[in-house]
Design a protein around this ligand. Structure first.
Ligand code: NAG
Ligand code: NAG
Ligand code: NAG
Ligand code: NAG
Length: 489
C-alpha cells in the first residue's frame, strides 16, 4: 500500500498535464494561423503575377493567377487515372464530385485520355458494371465503375481495375499521372506511386478552427452535445495523424492559398510538392445580367422601394452560419425597413427565416439553372460560414455574377477570395461583428456596391473559371510527366 501511494499524485499530475497540453494545442494552433497573414507579397499583387516566370513547383501562390493559353492544344496527350469515391450522375452532386466532374470532363475535351475509377452509381443502375463506351478519340472521361454496392467506395476494387488497364498489353500505354480526390486512394497505396497528385478538399487542421467557431455560437446555458464533444476529443490526434500520412503522397493540390500554407508550414510537406490550384465554377452558368436580375426581383416580390437586397444561398444549417445571420438580420431589419434578405436553400433554418416577416424572402431550394437569376437580383452576397474547410463555391459564383461579398474572416477567404478590400467585407464569425458589417453595407448603398461588384467580376473571371482550373491542373499533370513542362515563361 505504502508503495502505491506516491504514484497517485504523479498519475494525476500527468493526466492534468496532458489535459493542459491538449488545450494549449487546441487553442494555439488556430490562433497562430489566424494571426498569421501571408507575407509573400506576390500573393496580393495582382499586377506582378502576369509577368511571373520560373519553375512552377516553387510557385507558392495559386496557379490560377497565371495565364494559360486556352486556344493552344496541349503539347502531349496525357493518359490520366482519376480515383474518386463518387462520380456524379444526378443533377445535385456534392462539391468534391462536382469538382472532379468539371475538371476531368474539360481535360477529356482537350484530348487527354481520362480514366475515372469510382464506386457504382446510386441512381439509375448502369447497364453494366465496368467501363462505359470507348469511342476514339473519347472526348469524355472513360468511367470504370467497380463492382459492389451503389455509392460504396472500395479502393482495392478500383485499384484492381486500374492495374488491369495499366497492364493491358493491347493498349500498351501506361498512365502518365494519377489523380486522387482527397483520400480516395489511401496513403499506403499512394506511397507506391511517384506520379500521383492528391487534391485536398478540406484538412483536419481546418476542421479544428471550424469546431472552435461552431462551439462559440453555443449559448452560455446550452449544453455541449455529446457527439460534438467527442469529435473535439479526437481532433488533435486526427491532425497529427494527417501530418504523418500526408507525406506519402507525392504531389499535393491545395484548393486555397491558406491551405497551401498549412501544408507547407504545419504539415511540413516540401514546397516543391505543394501546389495551389483553386477550384473553378462554370463560367457559362454565372454571368452578369441585370435584366434577368430585375425580372427575378419582381417575380419573387421584392418591392420597388427596396433600397438594398442581401442574398444568401446554400444549405440552411448551423455550420453555414445561419444562427449569426438570422440574429443579425432580425436586428438590422427593425432599423432599416427597406432592406431585404433573399434566402435560397433548404434546411432547419428555413422556417425561422420565414417567420421573420416580409423583409425576408425565403425561396427554399432552387434549381441550379435559376441560381444565375438569383445572384443577379441581389446587391451583395452574404456568407457567414463557420466552416473554413475548402472554399465555398457560392462566393465565386456571386463574384462571377458581378456581386460583392460579405464573408467570415477566415484565412482561406482572405487569402484567395476577398484579397482586395474592394471586393467586399469580412467579419469575425459572431453576430455583433456581422451586424457591424451589415450596417456598413447599408450605409454604403447599392450604387457603391455595384462598383465593387464590377471589380469582383473582373477578378473572378480571371481566377475562378472552370477553364482556368482545368488548364492549371493540365499544366501540373504535364509537369509531373516531364520536368521541362514545369518551367513557366
Ligand atoms: C505591385 O506591382 C506593381 C507593378 O509591377 C508595382 O508598381 C507595385 O509597387 C506592386 N505593389 C506591391 C505592394 O508590391
Ligand atoms: C467531454 O469529453 C470529455 C472526455 O471524453 C469528458 O471528460 C467530458 O466530461 C465531456 N464533457 C461533456 C460536457 O460531455
Ligand atoms: C414600400 O412599398 C410597400 C408597398 O409596395 C409598402 O407597403 C411599404 O410600406 C413601403 N416601404 C417603405 C419603407 O416605404
Ligand atoms: C521531356 O520533354 C522534352 C520536350 O518536349 C523532350 O525533349 C524530352 O525528351 C522529354 N523527356 C522525357 C524524359 O520524356
Amino acid at each position: 500500500m505504502a508503495l502505491t501511494k506516491p504514484k497517485r499524485p504523479l498519475l494525476s499530475l500527468q493526466s492534468s498535464l496532458a489535459t493542459t497540453l491538449c488545450f494549449v494545442i487546441v487553442f494555439t494552433i488556430p490562433a497562430l494561423l489566424l494571426l498569421h497573414t501571408p507575407t509573400n507579397s506576390i500573393c496580393t499583387n495582382l499586377s506582378t503575377q502576369k509577368s511571373w516566370s520560373g519553375d512552377l513547383r516553387f510557385a507558392e501562390f495559386a496557379w490560377n493567377r497565371l495565364r494559360f493559353e486556352n486556344d493552344i492544344p496541349p503539347p502531349v496527350s496525357l493518359k490520366i487515372a482519376v480515383f474518386t469515391r463518387k462520380w456524379p450522375t444526378s443533377s445535385v452532386p456534392g462539391g468534391m464530385e462536382r469538382h472532379a466532374h468539371t475538371l476531368h470532363t474539360t481535360l477529356a475535351q482537350r484530348g487527354h485520355e481520362v480514366h475515372v475509377f469510382t464506386s457504382p452509381p446510386n441512381d439509375e443502375p448502369k447497364q453494366n458494371v465496368g467501363i462505359q463506351s470507348r469511342a476514339s478519340p473519347p472526348l469524355a472521361p472513360l468511367i470504370h465503375w467497380h463492382e459492389g454496392e451503389p455509392g460504396k467506395w472500395r479502393y482495392n476494387k478500383a485499384w484492381e481495375q486500374y492495374e488491369e488497364e495499366e497492364n493491358n498489353n493491347d493498349r500498351n500505354r501506361p498512365f502518365d499521372v494519377i489523380h486522387s480526390e482527397s483520400v480516395a486512394l489511401p496513403f499506403h497505396v499512394a506511397r507506391r506511386v511517384s506520379n500521383l497528385a492528391v487534391s485536398w478538399h478540406g484538412i483536419a487542421l481546418e476542421s479544428v478552427q471550424s469546431s472552435i467557431y461552431q462551439d462559440l455560437t453555443r449559448q452560455p446555458n446550452e449544453p455541449i452535445s455529446p457527439a460534438f464533444n467527442d469529435s473535439l476529443q479526437g481532433m488533435i490526434p486526427k491532425v497529427i495523424n494527417e501530418i504523418r500520412f500526408f507525406h506519402d503522397y507525392a504531389h499535393h493540390v491545395a484548393i486555397s492559398d491558406s491551405c497551401g500554407e498549412m501544408l507547407r508550414d504545419v504539415y511540413q510537406i516540401p514546397s516543391r510538392r505543394v501546389h495551389v490550384i483553386v477550384n473553378g465554377v462554370n463560367e457559362d452558368d454565372y454571368q452578369q445580367d441585370l435584366q434577368l436580375g430585375n425580372a427575378f426581383k419582381s417575380k419573387i416580390g421584392v418591392p420597388k422601394n427596396a433600397s438594398l437586397v442581401l442574398g444568401i444561398a446554400g444549405r440552411l444549417v448551423k455550420d453555414k452560419g445561419h444562427p449569426l445571420l438570422y440574429e443579425a438580420f432580425s436586428r438590422l431589419k427593425q432599423k432599416h425597413k427597406d432592406v431585404y434578405l433573399v434566402v435560397v436553400g433548404s434546411g432547419p433554418w428555413l422556417q425561422r427565416y420565414r417567420d421573420l416577416g416580409p423583409q425576408v424572402i425565403a425561396l427554399g431550394s432552387m434549381d441550379p439553372s435559376e441560381l444565375r437569376a438569383f445572384y443577379n437580383s441581389i446587391d451583395i452576397f452574404v456568407n457567414p460560414t463557420l466552416r473554413p474547410q475548402g472554399l465555398d463555391l457560392t462566393l465565386m459564383e456571386a463574384m462571377m455574377s458581378g456581386k460583392p461579398v460579405m464573408a467570415s474572416r477566415f484565412p482561406s477567404i482572405k487569402g484567395t477570395i476577398v484579397v482586395n478590400d474592394e471586393f467586399g467585407f469580412m467579419f469575425a464569425p459572431n453576430t455583433e461583428s456581422l451586424l457591424e458589417a451589415l450596417e456598413l453595407v447599408v450605409a454604403e448603398g447599392s450604387k457603391r456596391l455595384a462598383q465593387r461588384g464590377k471589380a469582383c467580376q473582373e477578378y473572378a473571371s480571371t481566377m475562378f473559371t472552370a477553364r482556368k482550373m482545368a488548364l492549371a491542373y493540365e499544366r501540373l499533370f504535364l509537369c509531373i510527366k516531364n520536368e521541362t513542362f514545369c518551367i513557366y515563361n
